[in-house]
Design a protein around this ligand. Structure first.
Ligand SMILES: *Cc1c(COP(=O)(O)O)cnc(C)c1O
Length: 226
């Protein structure tokens, strides 16, 4: 088994290669280590090996890790977010990747107002319309973005998508579709900058199709124990 440091070195080389293939520089792709279930010592190890951004799924877990590591790294919320947890995550979050409904946005707006803070978020798109996944359907994306555009405390920085596994079929088209949506709305949205898609098993294809933010867990840390 390779060390976290060795894993990261290999991932960076693969990201570099995919970026070049799609006519971009490696520096244009943000690597987020999906660190759910990993302890702070292992996160610190990844940080030492050059990862600056970490994605957490659970609010409670994020808060505990943030208590230890503070602002030495950038924190992202990448998993589904319940409205009643919003108040705990607004401070110290670089990006929420899972903004997927108006009611959640309204709660974020309200809590930001109370705290006098602002937050950056990506709208999660359920690109393959999977019943088990969250995210707005593409036909509802325009309306949601319009509703978000009047919220003073939320900056919409782009889109997040999590298509079904590549090897399960002809699923590369979902990356293509997500990039089409991203490109279309980038023309209309002043702050659009990031397309967050690609995980351990498919980040190269995702980058080749236009992703500029990948969320990688097992390829960094090894298989999760649960
Ligand atoms: C866990 C997780 C990832 C990373 O998955 P791996 O297959 O371990 O790379 C990416 N995105 C989200 C939302 C996740 O929950």
């Amino acid at each position: 088994m390779l060390s976290i440091e060795e894993n990261i070195k290999i991932i960076k080389e693969r990201v570099d290669r995919s970026a070049k293939k799609s006519g971009r520089a490696a520096g244009e792709i943000t690597i987020i280590a999906a660190s759910k279930t990993e302890n702070t010592a292992r996160i610190a190890e990844a940080a030492k090996a050059g990862i600056r951004d970490f994605g957490e799924n659970r609010v409670q877990e994020y808060l505990q890790k943030r208590d230890v590591l503070g602002d030495t790294v950038n924190w992202h919320i990448i998993g589904p977010l319940q409205s009643n947890k919003v108040r705990y995550v607004l401070e110290g979050i670089r990006l929420i990747h899972s903004l997927d409904r108006l009611s959640l946005a309204q709660e974020i707006e309200k809590q930001c107002e109370k705290k006098g803070t602002r937050v950056d978020a990506l709208v999660q798109v359920n690109i393959a319309k999977e019943k088990t996944k969250s995210g707005v359907y593409e036909e509802d994306l325009g309306i949601l973005l319009e509703e978000l555009s009047v919220m003073r405390n939320i900056r919409v920085k782009g889109l997040m998508a999590m298509p079904p596994p590549l090897r399960a079929g002809d699923n590369r088209r979902y990356f293509v579709r997500a990039y089409e949506l991203f490109s279309r709305f980038r023309g209309l949205q002043p702050d659009f900058e990031y397309l967050s898609m690609g995980m351990s098993d498919d980040f190269e294809a995702a980058i080749e199709e236009g992703s500029n933010m990948v969320r990688i867990g097992t390829a960094v840390f090894g298989a999760r124990s649960k």
